[in-house]
Design a binder for this molecule. Structure first.
Ligand SMILES: [Zn+2]
Length: 234
């Protein structure tokens, strides 16, 4: 029950008008879209504009909705807005997540990338990281290979000697997002890289987070759903 503090109660959005006053094109709310991509009625209204973003083009919206529909259930998180922006302050960055505001931005180069699915799963994982309990975080750090040393009453934390991506050494959060990204890309490849982290990820806590979020949003009626899900292989 540790994540309750971060939950914000909301209700499904039934209609949506962009910040500049224009309504979302009808196809985004239409049956066509809902049939074509699961959860399009959830994600569609979250593709928004603001003064620092640029308007979405229809094919860009379609690409993002398609990729989001391919995410596992436990990554279909509560997001406040998804923006289309020109470029990141960090050169070569194709997307970024603002975990405090629970928003994601996609930049020009994202739409030229072949790794869209991986990029989206990475950014969503940054947001998921905020829901980890201290116990989950400790288990993750240990499995991934982070070490803690106390010297002269000072605490030194060192990144794993073998990291899944070079920027994993920057922070636990970056390491977590990189681990989930590669896990979702290829579970076999990931298991070979680090079976401890693999075992941590498959043990069901991701579904626990998913279940709790949805339960408190009143989208899931009873705990038997979670029991069924956690016993399923994923
Ligand atoms: Zn990242």
């Amino acid at each position: 029950m540790h994540i309750l503090a971060v939950l914000i109660k909301t209700h499904p959005v039934s209609s949506y008008v962009r910040s500049d006053g224009t309504p979302v094109s009808s196809y985004l709310k239409g049956d066509y879209c809902k049939e074509k991509w699961g959860k399009a009625d959830y994600w569609g209204p979250r593709l928004k504009d603001n003064k620092s973003s640029r308007p979405w083009k229809r094919q860009e919206e379609e690409l993002v909705l398609k990729l989001l529909s391919e995410m596992p259930e436990w990554l279909q998180l509560q997001i406040n807005a998804i923006y289309r922006k020109d470029k990141s302050e960090i050169i070569g960055n194709s997307a970024s997540a603002n975990v405090r505001e629970r928003t994601i931005a996609f930049y020009n180069i994202f739409f030229k990338s072949k790794d869209g699915k991986q990029i989206i799963s990475h950014e969503l994982s940054h947001i998921l990281y905020q829901s980890l309990s201290p116990k989950d975080l400790l288990e993750f750090k240990d499995a991934s290979g982070w070490t803690v040393e106390v010297k002269d009453s000072k605490i030194f934390e060192s990144p794993p000697k073998k990291v899944i991506k070079s920027d994993s050494t920057h922070s636990y959060e970056e390491d977590f997002a990189n681990n989930l990204e590669i896990y979702l890309k290829s579970k076999n490849q990931f298991k070979k890289f680090n079976s401890k982290t693999y075992n941590f990820l498959i043990k069901g806590f991701l579904y626990e987070i998913y279940y709790l979020i949805n339960f408190y949003l009143e989208l899931l009626p009873n705990p038997s759903y979670w029991v069924a899900k956690t016993s399923a292989k994923f």
